[in-house]
Every structure is written in C-alpha cells, then in structure tokens.
Ligand binder design. Sequence first.
Ligand code: TXA
Ligand code: MG
Length: 329
Amino acid sequence: MNAKIRQAVEILKRDGVVAFPTETVYGLGARLFSEKAVKKIYALKGRPADNPLIVHIADRSQLHLLARRFPPEAKKLMEIFWPGPLTLILERASVVPKSVTAGLETVAVRMPNHPVALELIRGLGEPIAAPSANLSGRPSPTRYQDVVRELGNKVDLILDGGKTARGIESTVVDMTQIPPRLLRPGFVTLEMLKKFLPELALPLEQERKGVASLGRSAVSPGMKHPHYKPNCKVVLIHPSNWSTALSNWKEKNLRLGVIACHHKIPPHQNIVFRKSLFGSEKNYARNLYACFFDAEHARTEVLLVESLDEKGIGRAVMDRLTRASKTSA
Ligand code: TXA
Ligand code: MG
C-alpha cells in the first residue's frame, strides 16, 4: 500500500475524513461505523440531514453486512456493472447507521472502479460512507485542485488521483421498488439498464412533468435540493438557437463564459472563459464540472452552456445542467 493511502487509512480509523478519487467524481469519505466522522461530513459540507450517503465497498463479501435482501436483478446488475458508476438502493441491514441513510430503511451501495478508492476501502477493511467532495449545492470536484479549492483545510487529507475518468456522479437505481426506478441518470445509461431491466421506471419528477402532484414525496432525497451550481448564472442554450443566443449575450456588458459540445467559440472581448469541441458527449460530461470551476476562476458572471439531446449520456448531462441552471430551489 502506498504511504499516502496508509496515512488515509489511519485517519479514517481515528474518525477523521478523507477526500479520495473515484472514477466519477471525488468523494469525501468516513468510516461507515463512525458516527463522529459521518457527522463531520454533514457539518463540513453543510449537507441537509435528510440527504443520505452512498456506501462504497471494495468487494462483494462486504455486501452482506449492508443489505437484507438481494433481488436477482440487483445481483445481475452488480455482475455486469461493478466495479463501476452504478449505485444500487437496497433494503438496509440493521447495522447500517441511520445517520448514513438519513433515517431511511434503504441503503445506497456502490463499488467504485478506481484503484485508489478500492485500495483505501481494502486498507480500512470496512465500507466507506462518502458523498461527493463538494460543499452542499455546488458542483462535484473532478480534479485534485478543485477539491483543494472547495474543501481545502476542512478535511484531514486529500488523496490525489488527478482528473477523474467519467466526470459526473454515478447512476442511482432503486432496487427496492417494483419495478425498479432510476433515481439519478449517469454513465450507466437508461438504455444500458433497460437491456437487463426492461420495466425500469423513470425518476418520479420526470413522470410528474405536466402533472400537478401525485401526492408522493421525492424518492431520492438528494434530488430535491439545489445542486451542481457554480457561483455564476448558468444559461442553457439549444444548439438550434446557438448563434442567435450567443450574439445577443455578447451585446450585454457582462463577463461571459461559454461551454459548447459541438460548436466553435470565436474569441470576443466579453468572453472571459470558453471551452468547446469536446468531440463526444462522453468527453463533454468528463470535462463539465472542471469547466464550471474554471469559469468561476475567470470570474464569469453568466455561463452559457450548450444543451444535449436527452438520450444516452446526454440524459445525465442534461439532468445536471437543468439543476445547475435553476434559479431557485
Ligand atoms: O459517483 C458518485 O456516486 C459519487 C462518488 C463519490 O461515489 N458520490 C455521490 O454522492 O455522488 P452524493 O452524496 O453526492 O449523491 C448520492 C445520491 C443523492 O442524490 C442521495 O439522495 C442518493 O444518492 N441516495 C443515497 N442514499 C439513498 C437512499 N437510501 N435512497 C435513495 N437515494 C439515496
Ligand atoms: Mg453530491
């Protein structure tokens, strides 16, 4: 085990908190069974107490500790997508602290596909509870320097894993509902999941569109809180309206940031940050939060972002962008 990871393990054992890389975004980890460390995470992030954490494991043997039941479909998804960017909601075993599940009778579990994350969990010999390593409501860090900027001296240690491979948070699927429900889209796409779960239901809020109220509460508590917001206004622009919208914004006397997937962005005096031509939706997703942080650094006032079609990874990107562009909770 490398010396830094060994140090991180020691910190976790002593109820400290450690930021670490995963293949999606950086996480802020605590020993699952340390009430003290889990409390620190909520306090440090300013995270609402009703928003549960994901439990990260390094191998299947740790699962039995965490959940009461494993539906065959859940086992199938684990076989196919783990380790990887998929979080499964299962019925919680009684030893899982309620502080981690925010009082729910379910638990979120994922096996990350990153050597540092896996070595850290193995070194500790216990699962690690970890939300994304950002202050509540902010974009998730995907680079070491963004974690430093975001959490700096608030955490005991930050493990450096460079830039993460995926760039957006894991897909979350609730396996305790019949049929199972997608709660948060991610790199494991709806299309990929439907091959194994043809009945998979969409997030409740998407079903609610156009419906006043179904009288049910949000199933994924985290999704009702404001999220992914940089400290500038985010405006989504549809590709069909790109040139007109950009020209209009350029005329205003504002510090603009522009992020485009497929369009070129010629320099302009009012554009203080620009990044474009990512080549693919995957690459766009991978770089999105890094661009948010860079745009902030350039003191952007309004960040114009090209929207994608809501299919494949585009669905996950649009989920984050729509939330980032919301003006109120
Ligand atoms: O990729 C990821 O998932 C990253 C890395 C660090 O693993 N983690 C992450 O954690 O994004 P966080 O806390 O930012 O998002 C966890 C999401 C929240 O929307 C939360 O409400 C939901 O998972 N969640 C956790 N436990 C749940 C449960 N028992 N039932 C429903 N949703 C749950
Ligand atoms: Mg988060």
